[in-house]
Design a protein around this ligand. Structure first.
Ligand SMILES: [Zn+2]
Length: 674
């Protein structure tokens, strides 16, 4: 018997062999198709229950198998699993395309959608119906045949162009290398970065040092290398990726992508691509995004200009440079930061032993939401390093299973993330609880030292645990609206808000004790952490806003008249520039977030989420960071509600008002510096 095809509660990892996956996927897809067929061939008139609910709960075994498989492919993979992923992924996208292109299914959904006002649906049911209907209509289900076929053409062309965009950026990144043979040229680089550059040279059978455009090589060089000419060379190479007029140039591709996205949006009845995207976002419209970005810009700009001036004065005083250029920014900022704060990871790490930080974040969850974490040893897991916990509420009701997998391994991808092995739902009166997981890559312990985290790792742990709480505390009927299944620009609220607790004395006293002496972290260190966190926040804000504005310039207007990428970009950047303009560079031709990845019309959401979390935390600060009443409001209106309602409505119910930018400006130190 294939263990993946049995009805399992927790994933039966110890019984699963790689060869089980493919047949399980195939069988589960076949079963799911049969469930869809049963809906469309139902002789009864379409109802919310026999169509929308039936569709929502179809393919559950497939979902379980997919989460086991793709979670393993991220956290404990091998060549065999990667090979299966390559075989299975196209089949899965074909499977989901077949559903959104299923006309008989759409006709039933549409007839329910058209009577929705007379069906007495709850808010959650209405949201579910809207979501199902839009998953079809936004893919062209309402279009005439010729428009449908044009839409398919556009989609095919868009995916080709995105691929080409990414390939060109990658080829440009790999093509460049700066070979240095004089040790003077690497002066200033920390030992680790120097070693890496030497190793890279050696691996290519060269002497000396190799610097490339990959971040781990590029960033330390821009930050630390004393040779200004070489920083300039590297910076210009980085900034001119896919902008050299040769076969790897992306200017044409950028124009085509913008125009095709615009045409696609028009076909579907939207004014621009941004209107199309933002329909399913908390920000709702391009106008709101624009006024949001511009409000922040207006308020952050004076501080940014002042910081820039300080930085330029500092650089002039130190090295008598004429004008501060793009290739000087990181370098002098790092020097100024060292001078002002003199704070490094090694000073802090002894206070952040991993076990203490975990118990700290559990205590925070207990003080806020009454949660209890009990480590259990009888749950099957995919690696011995994984820890498993049963989570209970204050009345000892079971809330969630929680997997924690903290250290790097061969077979685990980089970064940190929250995921789930099973989402939460209510069916036949039974509340089926979720299975949530946090996966990270924290510094492991050694023979002589326990795992000691950098402060950045501490905030990462709180961040992912915040996403985890969103999953664990979910309390909705339908799985596709549960937990973190919310609008993109709302999903970072629970994670980012939790990071705020790391900077508070009251929290740090709970867990930040020296692993050898037991001494609580000195408060002057805490003050330094806080102060350095807002160092050059005005400049950083302006930079983020410039990317958001460029994204909106490409996607929130009619692009048909744009002829020159660089000219258009320069115009979009005109309100946010601090450094002198460099004609040989272009951001758009390598802006993979918006032209290759999924961030088109979404770049603003980084700042949007910061505004939400700062505004939410300001409420806690006002009433006390462990105030039960505020915590309960957050749990009842945000954490437990998933995507069942419009996020602005949920937020206002928690906070009493819409989020305002002031809390972020205050936290970032931008209110007083103008
Ligand atoms: Zn996150």
């Amino acid at each position: 018997m294939n263990p993946l095809l049995s009805s399992f509660d927790t994933a039966p990892f110890s019984k699963i062999k790689n060869e089980h996956f493919k047949p399980a996927f195939l069988q589960a897809m076949q079963d799911a198709r049969a469930e869809i067929d049963a809906i469309t061939s139902n002789k009864e008139a379409p109802t919310f229950n026999n169509t929308i609910v039936a569709l929502e709960f179809s393919g559950q075994q497939l979902d379980r198998i997919s989460s086991v498989f793709f979670n393993l492919n991220s956290a404990e993979t091998n060549e065999e699993i990667q090979k299966i992923a390559q075989e299975i992924s196209p089949l899965l996208s074909e499977f989901s395309n077949d559903i959104t292109l299923n006309e008989a299914l759409f006709i039933r959904i549409k007839s329910i959608y058209e009577q929705k006002d007379s069906l007495n649906l709850s808010i959650e049911q209405t949201t579910l119906l809207d979501k199902k209907y839009k998953s079809f209509s936004r893919n062209g289900a309402n279009l005439s045949e010729d428009k449908k076929s044009r839409l398919r053409e556009i989609d095919a062309e868009l995916s080709k162009l995105k691929l080409k965009f990414g390939e060109n950026v990658l080829a440009e990144t790999n093509k460049f290398e700066m070979h240095l043979t004089d040790e003077k040229d690497v002066t200033g680089l920390p030992d680790g970065a120097k070693e890496m550059a030497a190793q890279l040279a050696k691996s290519k059978e060269k002497d000396g040092w190799l610097i490339t455009l990959d971040y781990p090589s590029y960033i330390p060089f821009m930050k630390y290398a004393e040779n200004r000419e070489l920083r300039k060379k590297l910076s210009l190479a980085f900034g001119s990726k896919a902008f050299k007029g040769d076969e790897l140039d992306n200017q044409e591709t950028v124009l085509k992508l913008a125009n095709l996205r615009f045409e696609r949006a028009n076909l579907l009845g939207y004014k621009t691509h941004a209107h199309f995207v933002l329909e399913e976002r908390m920000a709702e419209t391009p106008e709101k995004v624009h006024s949001f970005l511009n409000e922040l810009l207006e308020k952050a700009k004076p501080a940014a200009i002042k910081e820039f001036q300080e930085l330029e004065d500092f650089a002039k005083g130190l090295d008598q440079i004429d004008t501060l250029q793009k290739w000087d920014g990181s370098y002098y900022s790092e020097k100024l930061k060292q001078k002002l704060f003199n704070l490094d990871d090694e000073q802090l790490k002894p206070y952040f032993k991993l076990e203490n930080v975990i118990s700290g974040v559990f205590t925070v969850a207990e003080k806020l939401f009454g949660l209890q974490f009990e480590e259990v040893f009888d749950v099957d897991k995919y690696h011995e390093e994984v820890k498993t916990y049963k989570v209970y509420d204050a009345d000892s009701n079971f809330v969630s299973l929680f997997y924690a997998d903290f250290h790097p391994r061969k077979g685990k991808r980089g970064g940190a993330w929250m995921t789930s092995f099973k989402s939460q739902w209510i069916k036949n009166g039974e509340n089926s609880r979720p299975q949530i997981s946090n996966v990270c890559n924290f510094t492991p312990s050694t023979e002589t030292k326990p795992s000691l985290l950098t402060f950045n790792e501490v905030t990462t742990l709180f961040h992912e645990f915040g996403h985890g709480l969103h999953g664990m505390l979910a309390n909705t009927t339908y799985p596709s609206l549960s937990g973190t299944s919310v609008y993109w620009d709302f999903v970072e609220l629970p994670s980012q808000v939790l990071e705020n607790w790391c900077y508070e004395k009251e929290t740090l006293e709970l867990f930040a004790t020296h692993y050898e002496t037991g001494e609580v972290i000195p408060m002057d260190l805490v003050e330094k952490i806080k102060a350095s966190a807002t160092f050059q926040e005005g400049m950083a804000t302006l930079r983020q806003l410039s990317f958001g504005l460029l994204d909106m310039a490409w996607h929130g207007t009619d692009p048909t008249a744009i002829t020159d990428v660089k000219t258009y970009e320069t115009e979009a950047f005109s309100g946010t520039n601090l450094f002198p303009e460099t004609p040989e560079t272009c951001m758009s031709t390598a802006f993979a977030h918006i032209f290759q990845g999924g961030y088109s019309s979404g770049y603003y959401s980084y700042k949007w989420a910061e505004v939400l979390d700062a505004d939410a935390f300001a409420y806690f600060k006002e009433k006390g960071i462990f105030n039960k009443e505020v915590a309960n409001k957050f749990k009842d209106n945000v954490l437990s509600k998933g995507g069942t309602e419009n996020p602005m409505v949920l937020y206002k119910r928690f906070r009493g008002t819409e989020p305002k930018v002031e809390a972020l400006l205050e936290r970032a130190g931008l209110l007083t510096s103008s």
